[in-house]
Design a protein around this ligand. Structure first.
Ligand SMILES: O=C(O)C(=O)C[C@]1(C(=O)O)C=C[C@@H](O)C=C1
Length: 281
C-alpha cells in the first residue's frame, strides 16, 4: 500500500492534486493501492514524508503569489527527492453566513489563498481577516464562528456548504490562476525514455563569496542548459546571505547537465533534489 501525505482536511486543492497523481500512477500500473493521509499544516505534511508516509504532495508555486516559502524552506535541507510535478487550475468562492455582506465581521482565508483573492478581500470594510492553514480549515472555522463569519473556499467545495446565505461563486483575482504541486519521495524514480524532464537543485551558500551565482549560471550557460527559475531564501546565519533554488530544463543524467553539475559541485555545495517529468500546461 502506497501512503501519501498531503494538506487536509479532505477536499483541499492539495487533496485534488494528490488524487490526480494517484490516478496518473494507477493508469500506468493499475494494481497499485494508495491511501491519502491528511496533515494540518504544510510543514507537518512535509515532515511526514519518509516517516509515516512514502510520498508527499505539496504546493510549491502559484501563478500570482510565486513560491510557497514554507515548502521551499523544507526543501533546503531535505534528503528527499522531487519525483513529479502537477499543475492544477485554482478558483475560489466566498461563502458568508450573515444576511448581508455589511454584517460580515470575520473572514477566514488560507495564507497562500489570501493574495490570490486580494481584490475581493481588500474591498471588504471593517472585516477582521484570519489566515488559516488550509482552504477547508477556513470553511470549518467560519462555520464554527457562525452568523457573522465568512470563508474563502475552493470553488469545487461549494456544494458541501450547508447554511451559507451569501455566495460569490468566483473571487479569484486571475481567471487563469494555477498552482504547481511537487510530489516528494524518499527514493528517486528511474528515468522514462522519450519524456521532457526538469531538474531542481539547491545551492547551499554557506560561505558567501563574490560570484557564486554568476559562476553557477555561467557553468550552465556554457553547456547550453536552460535555467527556468532561480529563487533565493535567507540562510538565516547572516543578513544578506541567501541559498539558491534553481530549476533547469533536462535530466541530471543528460551529458551537458552532468558536466555542468560536476564543475559546479567541485567548488560549491550543490544538492540535486530531483529530475522529474515536466508538467504540461
Ligand atoms: O489549502 C489548500 O486547499 C491547499 O491545498 C494549499 C494551497 C497552497 O498552500 O498553495 C494550494 C493551492 C492554492 O494555491 C491555495 C492553497
Amino acid at each position: 500500500m502506497l501512503t501519501i501525505a498531503t494538506l487536509g482536511p479532505k477536499d483541499t486543492f492539495s487533496d485534488i492534486a494528490t488524487k490526480q497523481y494517484i490516478q496518473a500512477i494507477q493508469n500506468k500500473k493499475p494494481v497499485q493501492q494508495a491511501q491519502i493521509q491528511y496533515y494540518g499544516t504544510l510543514a507537518q505534511t512535509f515532515e511526514a514524508v519518509g516517516k509515516e508516509c512514502q510520498l508527499g504532495v505539496l504546493p510549491i508555486e502559484n501563478l500570482s503569489e510565486g513560491y510557497v516559502q514554507v515548502v521551499l524552506d523544507q526543501l533546503l535541507n531535505t534528503k528527499l527527492f522531487v519525483i513529479s510535478e502537477l499543475l492544477l487550475p485554482i478558483q475560489f468562492s466566498f461563502v458568508g453566513f450573515c444576511d448581508e455582506l455589511t454584517q460580515l465581521t470575520d473572514l477566514y482565508v488560507q495564507f497562500v489563498a489570501h493574495g490570490q483573492c486580494s481584490e475581493f478581500i481588500n474591498a471588504l470594510e471593517g472585516v477582521k481577516v484570519h489566515n488559516s492553514q488550509s482552504n477547508m480549515e477556513s470553511l470549518i472555522l467560519a462555520e464554527e464562528k457562525g452568523e457573522s463569519a465568512g470563508a474563502i473556499i475552493p470553488q469545487h467545495a461549494l456544494s458541501q456548504v450547508q447554511n451559507a446565505t451569501i455566495i460569490n461563486n468566483d473571487v479569484t483575482n486571475y481567471a487563469n490562476n494555477q498552482t504547481r504541486f511537487l510530489v516528494i519521495s524518499e527514493t528517486p524514480l528511474d528515468r522514462v525514455a522519450g519524456k521532457e524532464y526538469k531538474t531542481t537543485l539547491v545551492v547551499n551558500n554557506k560561505q558567501d563569496c563574490p560570484g557564486v551565482l554568476g559562476n553557477i549560471v555561467s557553468a550552465f550557460a556554457l553547456q547550453k542548459v536552460n535555467l527556468t527559475s532561480i529563487m533565493s531564501r535567507p540562510t538565516r546565519s547572516q543578513i544578506g546571505n541567501y541559498h539558491f533554488f534553481i530549476d533547469i530544463d533536462g535530466h541530471q543524467e543528460d551529458s551537458n547537465i552532468a558536466i555542468a553539475l560536476s564543475e559546479i559541485q567541485a567548488t560549491y555545495d550543490v544538492t540535486v533534489i530531483g529530475s522529474y517529468i515536466k508538467a504540461v500546461n
